[in-house]
Design a protein. Sequence first.
Length: 370
Amino acid sequence: MASSAQPPAAARGGGPDGGSLAGDGEAFGDRSLSQGLSVLVGLGLCVTMLGLGCAVELGQLGQQLRRPVGLLLALLGQFVAMPLLAFLLALIFALDEVAAVAVLLCGCCPGGNLSNLMSVLVDGDMNLSIIMTASSTLLALFLMPLCLWIYSRPWINTAVVQLLPLGAVSLTLGSTLLPIGLGVLIRYRHPRAADLLVKISLWSLLVTLVILFILTGTMLGPDLLAHIPASVYAIAVLMPLAGYALGYGLATVFKMPPHCRRTVSLETGCQNVQLCTAILKLTFSPELIGSMYMFPLLYALFQSAEAGLFVLVYKMYGRDSYKQDTLGEEEDTDISYKKLKEEEVADTSYGTVTTEEHNSIQIEPTQTAL
């Protein structure tokens, strides 16, 4: 354990054996590339938050607030399960302070827009997905700095944790409220434009991640991936997978239907990696970042791949059962409707009522063939 008097791992350098994500911070010294990367990260985050706001409808928001199951699930999944999971993985794999901060930042982030797209592909509950993403983003303004402060205690005597800019984290989170609010306003006044912006934000998420990989690889050199220890790769693979499992288990505890369980699973495992990269890039000095900046990008890569496998398995094996369940519900409704209509028809098999005069009634028996 490094003392506060020692320089952080990012400044000392590190290799694959040391479990450090840092050691290449000087590569960020290229001021033009670094500034371009900061602008790209900031713009990508704004577009993502704008798309999130455009996906929120005030009527649906009011309904969810009256029955705040989505809000509760977002709270438990994003700010209880995922931060604790990141903390435990950092301890189990004995990460150094720099790598631990990167993992904790990613684990404490709110849900991302990728989960909304994946929820559509697995026939999930889109309203629940959007409400969980939006509410976790708003809750992050207060809970993300708190979670970082709580779970960074084991590394408190290290320079990188003592320099952890919780105020700057809160400021970055607060800056996302403006594009979210603007998106909600656009949805309220111009629904068609909001639909278009939602699609643009989803595509921008994919394009931004690809560009970030390319620029970061250019700045840190071709040996970047070799400098990242195997333990960090293992966490990048296990963390989203465990998040999906925790989310599904959480929804099962709440006795939610299968399509809602799939939604909560994706919402819990998919983190807002653009927010994580923005915090790392905009609040830490280049000397502290080093290749620590790569962890959320690795997480984004594996969370997308694992979510894609989730969708593929559902399309191959789960979609038929979903259709059968839906068809069964429709058939039950149709049978009930037919039965109700038959009961409404008068049963005349035993006789026919006729009237011959104003005050006389005669019942004529009906012949029934045997």
